[in-house]
Design a protein. Structure first.
Length: 198
């Protein structure tokens, strides 16, 4: 039976993503209508279009990371890669998706949560590399600075610290997700790399 905290968090996440996807989709459709009207692309419209594409990718990502999952539902590696590219294509954080085959949605949830953990552990940016296949995953963060706080490590060990910040909620959710599959996250850290595997 799912952990009650995880179920409640998933319901909240699913609700938020469900309510956000419609207005973001409407903005996207509006931009397409403007383009069909023959309006020449301007820097302003390009900025809006890029922002909408990024918001759409983030909603798809968060819908899986924080929403309801099913062990039976599978997501193809190309679809996972497209969502990751949509989020990590720009900015300080980059991602290299090297996963193969179809992946159970519950495992994709754990992958996405682990990516968020590694992203916050790279305060100056860096690269997150994801390798593996259904049942076995390794995510490695490399960058100029690795900062896994004591509270974050405590949460990854399955003990939610008092005063956990919203920016670190993924550290508390990842162990709960993995526990549903009878797994735990293994952590390996060096001066310039941090790996989460499960």
């Amino acid at each position: 039976m799912p952990h009650p905290d995880l179920t409640l968090a998933a319901l909240v996440g699913s609700r938020i993503c469900h309510d956000l996807i419609s207005p973001v989709g409407a903005i996207h459709n509006g931009l397409e209508l403007i383009a069909m009207g023959g309006l020449i692309a301007t820097p302003e419209l390009r900025l809006i279009s890029d922002s909408v594409d990024n918001a759409s990718a983030r909603i798809k990502f968060f819908r899986v990371a924080f929403g309801m999952t099913s062990a039976e539902q599978m997501i193809g590696a190309p679809e996972i890669g497209a969502v990751i590219d949509g989020i990590y294509g720009e900015g300080r954080h980059k991602a290299d998706w090297q996963g193969t085959g179809d992946v159970p949605r519950a495992e994709v949830q754990a992958i996405y949560l682990a990516m968020l953990c590694l992203e916050t552990a790279l305060p100056q940016g860096g690269l997150i590399t994801v390798t593996g296949h259904a049942g076995a995953w390794a995510l490695t963060a490399t960058g100029p600075r690795i900062a896994l706080t004591p509270d974050a490590r405590t949460a990854l060990d399955g003990n939610i610290p008092t005063g956990l910040r919203p920016a670190h909620v993924q550290y508390a959710l990842l162990p709960l997700c993995l526990a549903e599959a009878g797994k735990t996250a293994r952590i390996e850290q060096s001066d310039d790399a941090l790996t989460l595997s499960f």
